[in-house]
Design a protein around this ligand. Structure first.
Ligand SMILES: Cc1cc2nc3c(=O)[nH]c(=O)nc-3n(C[C@H](O)[C@H](O)[C@H](O)COP(=O)(O)OP(=O)(O)OC[C@H]3O[C@@H](n4cnc5c(N)ncnc54)[C@H](O)[C@@H]3O)c2cc1C
Length: 356
């Protein structure tokens, strides 16, 4: 991981006090930056305060700011410069531990025996349409099944007959992340969350800058029905490109925006409060690691430890729904009450964005 630090610009929907309390509890060093420090530490930044978010097509978007903002910074933040390689490394490590992968198969059913899951039914599929070939498929027997299907999580829940007791709703959201390379290394330092304008940014190999969105309320979000995930348009759009890169250019006025969109389209698996669901379900033997929105890649090792502990406890008879399991962290003495990630929780207080 590139440990370049993380700076979160002030925004009314964020609480620095809450973040500071958490950082202090865990022992993460941080600095509170006023606008002068922000300008010194992030050369080229426009520290203007623009909240609330405005559509880039509106006249108000171009208004000058009358005040400046500050930020909270931690040097212990960063990004994974090659997530594909990181995922391959995890897979290699899992194989070493005895995990078998079945590639190019579609899960088309969850098998049950006396109400408890007993395996998954998989089939070959047509690569173009992503539809299963007309065949019975084969059953892979399993003592328990964990739903880790990301944006397809609701489809897999339906196959298992799980979901009726959820208080959390899960919805896929189509998003885009754009890439700018002019001028190179405009943001060589920390990753930046800019909810004030509605973006998040980070640099990447070769001096590029990646710009994502933080779901500005003024923009129309592209929610997708759970059964239509495979129909999503995976081609970048000029509208989202402009919306994200113009906001970036406002924050870093030296940026030059290319005329063609470059970047990726992806789909988040979003829960009602933007917190993942790491839980059991009401179907015995069927577990959930879903609702991972746009922010759980780097949490994956921790999520794995939590899920393993939760599954072991529930399989040994622990009534997690009524007496939430407490997870003891490995690197410090802190405890995590796993009710936070329950499918049946009351909403957690979050920013209601990809920042969690
Ligand atoms: C644009 C974008 C940017 C992101 N940026 C970040 C970031 O900066 N930092 C961060 O930490 N996280 C980020 N994330 C979030 C991160 O990608 C997810 O949290 C993470 O990928 C979740 O991993 P997962 O394995 O649970 O699910 P996924 O990675 O979604 O994988 C689910 C898998 O299940 C498979 N599947 C689904 N249904 C079936 C079926 N019926 N049969 C067989 N296979 C099936 C899918 O093909 C897929 O391979 C981002 C996500 C997106 C979309």
């Amino acid at each position: 991981m590139e440990d370049r630090g993380f700076v979160m610009l002030d925004a009314p929907i964020l609480s620095n006090e809450k973040t500071m309390k958490l950082y202090e509890q865990i022992g993460i060093p941080y600095e509170i930056w006023d606008s002068n420090t922000l300008k010194k530490r992030m050369p080229g930044i426009n520290a203007g305060k623009y909240w609330p978010n405005k559509p880039v097509k509106s006249d108000e978007f171009w208004d000058e700011a009358s005040e400046e903002l500050g930020a909270i910074f931690s040097k212990h933040g960063g990004y994974i410069s090659d997530p594909l390689l990181a995922a391959q490394n995890f897979a290699a490590a899992a194989k070493r531990e005895g995990v078998n992968f079945h590639f190019r198969k579609l899960v088309i059913g969850i098998e049950k025996n006396n109400g408890r899951v007993s395996g998954v039914r998989v089939a070959n599929y047509d690569a173009q349409s992503k539809k299963p070939l007309k065949e019975q498929g084969e059953v892979i027997a399993a003592d328990l099944v964990v739903n880790v299907a990301g944006p397809w999580s609701t489809q897999i829940n339906q196959m298992a007959g799980a979901g009726s007791d959820f208080t959390m709703e899960l919805k896929p959201l189509r998003v885009e992340v754009h890439q700018i390379s002019t001028p190179k290394d405009i943001l060589p330092g920390p990753i930046m969350g800019d909810l004030d304008l509605g973006t998040y940014l980070r640099s990447g190999p070769g001096g590029i800058t990646l710009v994502g969105g933080t779901e500005p309320e003024c923009d129309e979000l592209e929610w997708v029905e759970p059964d239509l995930v495979d129909e999503v348009n995976m081609t970048r759009t000029m509208e989202l490109f402009e919306s994200q890169t113009y906001r970036f250019a406002k924050r870093f006025p030296a940026a030059q925006i290319p005329s063609n969109p470059l970047g990726v389209v992806g789909i988040y698996d979003v829960s009602s409060d933007w917190t993942p669901i790491y839980d059991k379900s009401d179907v015995p033997g069927f577990y959930l690691a879903i609702g991972t929105s746009g922010n759980q890649f780097k949490n994956a090792p921790g999520a794995g430890l939590i899920m393993a502990h939760l599954i072991n406890q529930v399989e040994m008879g622990h009534d997690h729904d009524n007496h939430p399991i407490i997870y003891q962290c490995v690197k410090n003495n802190l405890e995590i009450n796993l009710a936070t990630f329950s499918r049946k929780r009351a909403s957690n207080t979050t920013s209601g964005t990809v920042m969690g």
